[in-house]
Every structure is written in C-alpha cells, then in structure tokens.
Write a protein that binds this ligand. Structure first.
Ligand code: ASP
Ligand code: MG
Length: 420
C-alpha cells in the first residue's frame, strides 16, 4: 500500500489535472490512498472570503465566493467531469453550505469561520479529480476526510486525535480497499466531535498524507511536486542551488525548523515512527529520480542554505541592570510558548536577552507588552536571517559579504547570521 500526495500546483490547471491518469497508470493494480490539496491558490482566495465576511462586507464575501464557485464549475466542465449526478449534487451541497454561512452574522471567533469556509477548497478539488479519474477509467472511491480525521477544536491549528482517527481508519477506510484500488481524499482538514470542520494549519496536506501513511503502514509516501526534488537552497535566491538525491529524516526536520520550504514540518514524525520512506517526485516528469528521505543518516551533504527575510530582533534588558537570570529567561520562554511565537534565534547575556522572530506584528506586539513588565524592550526591524547547515567558510563569507552583521551563532553543523 502506498500514499500519494498531490499539492495545489499539481491540480492548478486543466492540463495538469489531465496529467494525473498517466502517472497513476504506472501503478496499476496497487492499492493507493491519494491526498489532494485545494487547486492552485484556492486557499488564499477562500481566506479573502473569510476576511470579507468577518469584517461585515457580506456582499463582497458572496461575490468572491461566487468567483471561486464559477471557476471550479468551469474546470469541472472543461474536463467533462460534471455530468455525473452524484458529483453535481455533492458540489452543489458544498457551495450551499458556505453560501448559507455567509448570510449569517459572525458570532463565533474568526478561526471557527475560517475553517468552515476554507475547508471547501479541498472538498471541491478532490471531487473534481475523483470524478475526472473515474471518467478516464481509473476507478476510485472519494472519501470526505472529515469522517476520518478526528481533531480537537483548536480551529486553524487543530490537533489530531490519533486514537479516534485510527479506529475510524480501520473501520471505514481499510474495507474500502477490498472494493477499489484507489481511495481519494483531502489533506489539511478534519472535524471535531461536534462535526465542525477544522484545518491543520496552512500547507498541512503533507502532514495529512503522513498520518495516513502511518495508519496504513504504507510502503511509501510519495509527495508529487512541480520541482525535481528537494534542493539545498531556494533556486530563486541562489541560482547555483542543486538537487539532493537522498536525505535523512533528521536533516529534513532541521531544514524545516530553520525555515526551508521543503515540506510541512510535522510531516516527518509520523513517517519516522513507522520507518516509512518519503519520496519527493516531480509530477511533470515522473521518470526523474526525485529525492528519497528515510532513516539513514546521510553524510557529505552539500551546504544547505535557508534565507528568511523580514525578521525582528527584540532586545530585552533587565530594568535595573541586574542579571537577567533564570527568572527573566523563564518569563521569555513562557511568553513565547503561550502565544505560539517561534524564536528563530535566542542569545542570552548578563543583563540582556535577544530574540529573533518572524515579523508577525500582532505577535511581536503582544510579546513586547508582556515582556515590558520586567524588561526594557527595544525592537529592531528589517533584518534577514541566513542559516547554513554543513557550512563551508568560504561560502558563508561570500553570502554575508557587504552586509551589516547584527548577531551570529555557530554550532558544529550550523551557522546562523542575523544581518541587514
Ligand atoms: N490547501 C492548503 C494550503 O494551501 C493545504 C495544503 O495545500 O497543504 O495551505
Ligand atoms: Mg499546497
């Protein structure tokens, strides 16, 4: 058994959707569970609907949603996937659910509405693809993953209830494989005990696919992307970036931690726990080898470069020049934890703590307010953080040449430079 995940880019146009049957025919007679994201930029478009709705601009919300509706209907029609009655009814139900909601006045928190509206992106894309594959002679069974993935009600960042999810998986998914080789479902979404939709966090479909791979003890998880595999740097910023053929789970976790946009950071753990290899492959050319990620520790890796712009450095000075000490440090970590603020770098000194984080204004503001109870707070904006793993001195010098360096941290494997 295998799990495949196709991201938004693999279904962002009619031609790319038409490309899917050829890929799947290479795996004839294998049992595959396929997880698919919303098409292209649909999730962003749905976020705009939520914003308009929550700020009370119902007309705009309805209009924006209508564009999304028409766009999906048109794609379904171009694929001649729209003739089936069950399919039509299913699509109509998804549309109606959102449209009804848009006519309510928001009385619950923003994140609740976000999840009820945004989840429809994956429901629509998977319905269209499932029906298209069927029409192409690839039998498959469409599943609403909200009937399988049980979560808590932390909307927009829901946590999987592994116990319930695994029971539902055994009872509802496994028997389906006796009827069909392909099960097609959504990533990124789930539901609460009260049957409210939830989402697992942006780009969460990789994680969903890894959960499925774990539950079915799959031979493989393959993530199909529009690139050849994982690279050692972002090719847009570093023209010499190259593909890495093989990586250990540990390295990928580190890369994701430092901000490389490889795969969703939560993806590796469920795979690692069951020792399931992850294959990143290119849907534009399935013959390419891609990148294999598994439990082997790979040595001799090229330098891995991650550049993150728009960083802030927060200086926290003790008010009376006393030592920051354990109390000050504990206070800082407490603030970070309670507001889910990820520190990209922390430096501690006698009377000062320095924290670098992504510039998310609401979060930085709350950190500054709470820290000001015991610190003098100063904030420096407009910084960039460069992380290099397996660094070579010469490369580092080249990359920071002419920059004003604010802070640098070295360890055996990794060097981080915060700079203007
Ligand atoms: N559609 C969601 C997003 O764009 C989830 C995903 O693609 O992984 O964030
Ligand atoms: Mg995506």
């Amino acid at each position: 058994m295998k799990v495949f995940k196709f991201g938004g880019a693999s279904v962002d146009s009619i031609s790319r959707i038409r490309n899917l049957p050829a890929i799947l025919r290479n795996y004839d007679s294998e049992k595959i569970l396929i997880v698919i994201s919303a098409m292209g930029k649909t999730t962003n478009a749905l976020e705009k609907v939520v914003e308009a709705f929550y700020t009370g601009d119902i007309a705009k919300a309805v209009e924006l949603f209508n564009q999304i509706r028409l766009n999906h209907l048109q794609i379904a029609e171009s694929l001649s996937a729209g003739e089936n009655n069950i399919f039509r009814q299913r699509m109509a139900d998804f549309f109606t659910e959102v449209e009804w909601l848009l006519h309510d006045k928001p009385v619950r928190p923003y994140n609740y509405y976000y999840d009820q509206i945004v989840c429809v992106g994956e429901l629509l894309s998977t319905s269209i693809v499932s029906n298209f594959l069927y029409k192409e002679g690839i039998l498959n069974h469409w599943v609403d993953v909200r009937d399988i993935f049980a979560t808590d009600d932390q909307f927009r960042a829901a946590n999987i209830d592994w116990g319930k999810t695994s029971v539902r998986f055994s009872e509802l998914i496994l028997p389906l494989f006796n009827k069909t080789n392909i099960i097609l479902t959504q990533g990124f979404i789930g539901s609460t005990d009260a049957n409210e939709s939830t989402t697992l966090g942006r780009e969460g479909s990789d994680y969903s696919a890894a959960i499925f791979a774990n539950l079915m003890e799959a031979d493989f998880l393959t993530i199909w992307k529009d690139v050849e595999g994982v690279m050692n740097a972002d090719p847009k910023a570093f023209p010499n970036a190259r593909y890495i053929r093989e990586l250990g789970y540990d390295e990928v976790i580190e890369m994701a931690f430092y901000g490389a946009q490889v795969i969703h950071p939560k993806t590796i753990k469920p795979l690692q726990n069951k020792n399931i290899p992850l294959h990143v492959k290119c849907f534009l050319d399935p013959k390419l080898p891609g990148t294999l990620i598994h439990s082997k520790h790979i040595s001799n890796l090229p330098p891995i470069i991650v550049l993150k712009q728009n960083q802030v450095l927060i200086h926290l000075r003790s008010k009376d020049f006393s030592f920051v000490g354990e109390e000050g440090t504990a206070k800082l970590y407490k603030i970070l934890a309670s507001h889910h603020i990820l520190a990209n770098l922390i430096q501690s000194g006698a009377v000062i703590l320095q924290v670098c984080a992504d510039n998310i204004p609401e979060k930085i503001e709350i950190l500054a307010i709470e820290a000001s109870e015991i610190f003098d707070v100063e904030i420096e904006n407009g910084l960039t953080i460069l992380t290099i793993r397996h660094y070579q001195k010469e490369l580092l010098e080249n990359l920071i040449q002419g920059r004003k360096i604010v802070l640098q941290q070295w360890s055996a494997e990794t060097v981080q430079t915060l700079m203007y």
